[in-house]
Design a protein around this ligand. Sequence first.
Ligand code: PNS
Length: 175
Amino acid sequence: MNNRLLRDSSRIAIYPGSFDPITNGHLDLIQRGSRLFDRLIVSILRNESKEPPLFSAEERIEMLREVAEPYPNVEVDSFDGLLVDHAANRAATAILRGIRAISDYEYELQMALMNRRLRPEIETVFMMSNEAYSFISSRMVKEVFSLGGNITGLAPPSVEARMRGRFSKIKQKGA
Ligand code: PNS
C-alpha cells in the first residue's frame, strides 16, 4: 500500500476534556484509546466556562505531554469553540469519551447527540472506565488533595508533584 493510501485511511480520534488535572482514569483511556486508533489527539478545552481552572491550559498541555510520552501515536493540543469544528480541523473522524458510571450517561448522551447533529460524519465512541478508576474525577482529586488527603494512585506522580507545588503556593498567598 502506498503512503498516500495509508495516510488517507488512518483513523484519527480526538479525546477532549478539561483535564484539570489529568487523573489515572484519563490516562487509562489514553492508553487504551491509543491502541484503538492510528492517532489519538488529546484536546484540552481552553475557554472553560464552569470555574477558573487550577492549572492554565499551558500547564495542562505540559502535564499531558509528560504522561502521554510513552505512546508515540498520542499528541496533545488545545481548542476553543465547538469540539466538532476542532475535530474536523484535525481530520478526526471520532470523538473518544469515557463513561465511569450510569450518572455520566445522560450528559454524555446529550453531548454525543448534539455533536452528531452538528457534524454527523464525526462519530462519538465511548469506552467504559476501568473499574479501578471509575470513582475518580478531577474535581474530587482536587478536593481531596486540598483538604490534605492522599491522592497516590488517583493521578500520575508528576501531576501529584505539580499539585503539591500549586497548593503550597495558594496556601502561602492565603497566609
Ligand atoms: O472534561 P469535561 O468537562 O467532561 O469535557 C467536556 C468537553 C470539553 C468535552 C465539552 O465541554 C466540550 O466539548 N466543550 C466544547 C464546546 C462544544 O463543542 N459544545 C457543544 C457540544 S455539547
